[in-house]
Write a protein that binds this ligand. Structure first.
Ligand code: VLP
Length: 137
């Protein structure tokens, strides 16, 4: 099993979040609010189930899944779409492929230098986020 993603993480960089949100069709007003948010990730593993919570002062979003088992995802409060999602390990990366109306949509999480990395991608746009573990420097 690759380095554990579990823990509470604070965002320290967020590259091309705007491009990712445009690709998702998020409205200009919502994009303006979302760009200012300090996102956090809380990643837990309960038995076989991963729980990834993305939290902010404005809105929260939670995904639950088992690796290798396709699930129905509703991106409530984000772009409000229904997706078929599948998360698998590809080397040291936990990779989610999100099939639906948008092409080439998904994300990948991995650990590098004690930081949590997340690439969010949609329609050729990639947003790269980095998080540091809460309470550690
Ligand atoms: C939509 C873009 C801001 C922005 C509008 C609302 C929830 C991997 C995966 C697990 C995500 C998070 C995507 C967040 C941006 C969507 C509300 C911001 C806070 O995480 O960790 O679900 O897909």
């Amino acid at each position: 099993m690759p380095a554990s993603l579990c823990g509470t993480w604070d965002i320290i960089s967020n590259t091309n979040f705007e491009g990712y949100m445009v690709a998702l069709g998020i409205s200009p007003n919502l994009r303006k609010i979302a760009l200012k948010l300090k996102q956090k990730k809380v990643i837990e593993l309960k038995g076989e189930q991963y729980i990834i919570k993305t939290t902010s002062s404005f809105r929260n979003y939670t995904t639950r899944f088992n690796v290798g088992q396709e699930f129905e995802e509703f991106t409530k409060g984000l772009d409000n779409r229904r997706l078929k999602s599948l998360v698998t390990w590809k080397g040291n990366k936990l990779v989610c492929e999100q099939t639906g109306e948008k092409n080439n949509r998904g994300w990948a999480h991995w650990i590098e230098d004690d930081k949590l990395h997340l690439d969010l991608y949609c329609d050729g746009e990639v947003c790269s986020q980095v998080f540091k573990k809460k309470g550690c420097e």
